[in-house]
Design a protein around this ligand. Structure first.
Ligand SMILES: *Cc1c(COP(=O)(O)O)cnc(C)c1O
Length: 373
């Protein structure tokens, strides 16, 4: 059994993907070929945003967004501590200070109450000028953008959505990738919408930000790439990856649907009182990048994971260490540094197989092992 079955996904569209790759090899425009813009348009239509600017990976996408807002040394960006390292790393890469925020008590995403108090504390102190909130759609569930937008507005902060895991999620009729002033995503193979290497994108309705990001991704180009009007990056989506993504995005809506069927089978089937199941707030839709359960303790989690392993069922822990616990952030400036919810999740959360090709038989087996433990 696979944790995420990329092979089955490839086989489901092998002919289309193979010929798309062949077409790129035949025309030979490996960098910024026609497929890049074609894919950007398809993604913009799917998400419902005006501009999609593809780039080298999801980490660069965040960095490009921060650079476009001229966020750098002396600035503070708020982000969750319970997330993948790249979220906070991008903030540090531009020279700004990440200020970590705890997770919600009843969900894995950034806690708006804790964020409000962190913003207040930073405003009182000398850590830097508050500039942006970088929220994450962790495990596929959009963060609470209603509360976050309000905080961003009240405090004049840019709101950035890290939708690396969020593509396919939604709040009421709005899709993930459309929240805040700027959103970013990743096409790393294991993400809900992945390619066959590295890739990423910035999404925004703001044309000025979009034009800046288009310049920043090609060495800060002006008229052309030999006219350089700002310091940028070399961060483009390969034409080959765009060609693969054009095929994959066609299948994506039905894959998201199937992921939701798998999630509802888990929800109906897992009856153990000792396991916390992920809840969808009303009006929210998840892409189920991960299906993440909460064990009762660190030991309980280790026991269940071993039991599943013995039965040939793979599991994973996202994330065993929060940002504030990483060696790289030992000396990070901080305000109130207690993160009870995030630390509880890092000790107790674990993810079980989730992908559109998980067969009913496998789902039944996973549920029965969990219920017997
Ligand atoms: C994967 C991921 C990223 C980084 O994406 P890459 O394409 O690997 O650089 C950023 N944030 C989150 C939440 C992610 O899961």
């Amino acid at each position: 059994m696979q944790f995420i079955d990329l092979r089955a996904q490839y086989l489901s569209a092998k002919d289309q993907i193979d010929s798309a790759v062949q077409r790129v090899l035949a025309h030979g425009s490996y960098i910024m070929g026609p497929e890049v813009e074609e894919f950007e348009e398809l993604l913009a239509n799917y998400v419902g945003v005006k501009n999609v600017i593809s780039c080298g990976n999801g980490t660069d996408a965040i960095q490009l967004s921060l650079m476009a807002q001229e966020i750098g040394p002396g600035d503070v960006v708020f982000c969750p501590t319970f997330t993948f390292f790249a979220t906070m790393e991008a903030i540090s890469l531009v020279g700004a200070t990440p200020i970590f925020v705890d997770s919600e008590p009843s969900g894995f995403n950034i806690c708006p109450q804790n964020l409000a108090s962190k913003i207040h504390e930073v405003k009182q102190g000398k850590l830097g000028k508050p500039k942006a909130i970088l929220a994450v759609d962790l495990f596929g569930l959009p963060a609470n953008y209603v509360a976050l937008s309000k905080l961003a507005e009240e405090n004049e902060l840019t709101l950035i959505e890290d939708a690396a895991q969020g593509m396919g999620g939604s709040i009421v009729k709005r899709k993930a990738g459309s929240f805040g002033d700027i959103a970013t995503t990743s096409f790393f193979p294991a993400k809900p919408l992945g390619c066959y290497g590295d890739g990423g994108a910035v999404l925004t309705n703001d044309d000025d930000i979009a034009n800046k990001v288009r310049s920043l991704r090609v060495h800060g180009k002006g008229e052309n790439k030999y006219d350089n009007i700002r310091i940028g990056l070399n961060s483009r989506l390969d034409t080959l990856q765009a060609a693969i993504l054009i095929q994959k995005i066609r299948l994506f809506p039905s894959e998201v649907e199937r992921r939701n069927v798998v999630a509802s089978k888990y929800l109906d089937g897992i009856s153990s009182n000792a396991l916390g199941l992920p809840k969808l707030p009303s009006g929210f839709g998840s892409s189920w990048a991960q299906y993440t359960l909460l064990a009762e303790s660190f030991e309980h989690r280790a026991g269940i994971m071993q039991k599943l392993k013995n039965e040939g069922i793979p599991t994973a822990v996202y994330y065993a260490k929060c940002g504030h616990q990483q060696t790289a952030y030992e000396r990070n400036a901080s305000v109130d540094a207690s993160f009870p919810n995030a630390e509880c999740y890092s000790e107790r959360a674990f993810s079980i197989p989730m992908h559109p090709f998980l067969e009913d038989e496998m789902i039944t087996k996973i549920i029965s092992v969990l219920n017997k433990y």
